[in-house]
Design a protein around this ligand. Structure first.
Ligand SMILES: Nc1nc2c(ncn2[C@@H]2O[C@H](COP(=O)(O)OP(=O)(O)OP(=O)(O)O)[C@@H](O)[C@H]2O)c(=O)[nH]1
Ligand SMILES: [Mg+2]
Length: 316
């Protein structure tokens, strides 16, 4: 079972809780919970000029072109986002494609990855780099695509080693980005073939890392969107919620589409189901985003989101 230790976290205010419930029509390619989809208007212009230098994300397929009514409560509003001063259009224009993430004034600086270097592998929190730079940890089930996502974010094929066989990554691996922050690749959980002692050790050292790493800005919990929710992922999300560890849900493998006739659900449906299942674990909706390391869907959006979390963290 998971630890239930409660510790105060300095970043719990990332989960802003808006007071006035309002409804917005989100007009990007997102999930659909509407029975009668409304046709999409042209996409809004990029909210800030320096965002337009990013590579555009692939256009969604026609079956994704559905609209979603998201309540204000289901959006992730970064800290210091003044909702009352925003009219409907500017707010919708500030939602990252394929996500519930609103961009704040902290987004933008240092988005592009100019250089990325492997620094070290650690098996204990105390062994991790001690220079105080902010970091983001990628965690998720074995084979969910953590190392692939890291490679996609830094635009390198094999900076982090990937494998078809689960259990490839075994340590806490630090990658230094732009000489100023870290991406951290962690071993996967739920690897059934691993010996019991290895699994227990994993649980100990990664959870110790989450609870005792002061420079950890946010955990990025990866969930495979090509399959239905797994119990172990729900337990993991619950543990992070209970321990108030700042978290972003990253849905991976959104390029994989199971055939409807075989009973498979589309990634959008799995994403929606997962969120229903974790609703009660959090005080307010955590940020989530849909990605694919094959098509690079969500890559620029994740980098923007990381920039806003990092820039806020550096200022506080
Ligand atoms: N179709 C598709 N395949 C992916 C995607 N991301 C990863 N994969 C494949 O999934 C397998 C596992 O990817 P990894 O990145 O090694 O997974 P991991 O989570 O780092 O695995 P561990 O290190 O074992 O915990 C590889 O065969 C990847 O090519 C994706 O977005 N789409
Ligand atoms: Mg890996």
């Amino acid at each position: 079972m998971f630890l239930t230790q409660q510790i105060p976290r300095i970043h719990s205010h990332f989960f802003a809780s808006p007071k006035t419930p309002k409804f917005f029509l989100i007009t990007s390619a997102l999930l659909s919970n509407s029975k009668s989809p409304i046709p999409l208007p042209p996409p809004p212009p990029p909210p800030l000029s320096h965002f337009s230098t990013l590579t555009p994300t692939p256009t969604a397929t026609p079956e994704d072109q559905e609209s979603l009514q998201l309540s204000l409560e289901s959006l992730f509003l970064p800290p210091e986002t003044d909702v009352s001063s925003l009219k409907e259009a500017p707010l919708t224009a500030r939602i990252l494609k394929g996500s519930n993430i609103v961009l704040s004034k902290f987004a933008g600086h240092g988005v592009d990855v100019v250089n990325a270097d492997f620094v070290k592998s650690s098996v204990k929190t105390e062994e991790c780099p001690a220079d105080g730079a902010p970091e983001f940890a990628l965690v998720g089930r074995s084979n969910v695509g953590k190392s692939s996502l890291l490679n996609s974010l830094v635009r390198r094929k094999r900076l982090a080693l990937t494998s078809k066989k689960p259990g490839k990554t075994q340590c806490i691996n630090h990658f230094r980005i732009n000489d100023s922050w870290y991406l951290v690749d962690l071993p996967g959980y739920g690897f059934a073939a691993a010996p019991h002692e290895v699994r227990t050790d994993w649980a100990k050292f990664t959870k110790d890392y989450f609870l005792n790493r002061p420079t950890l800005v946010s955990v990025f919990l990866l969930i495979d969107a090509s399959i239905p929710a797994k119990k172990i992922d729900l337990e993991y999300a619950s543990w992070l919620g209970q321990n108030e560890i700042p978290m972003t849900l990253v849905f991976t493998k959104c390029d994989k589409r199971k055939k409807k006739k075989n009973g498979g659900k589309r990634p959008e449906e799995n994403v929606r189901d997962f969120q229903e299942l974790i609703r009660d674990f959090f005080k307010s909706t955590p940020p989530w985003i849909m990605t694919s390391s094959v098509t690079n869907q969500g890559r620029d959006e994740i980098l923007l989101h990381m920039s806003q979390l990092r820039n806020y963290w550096l200022k506080h």
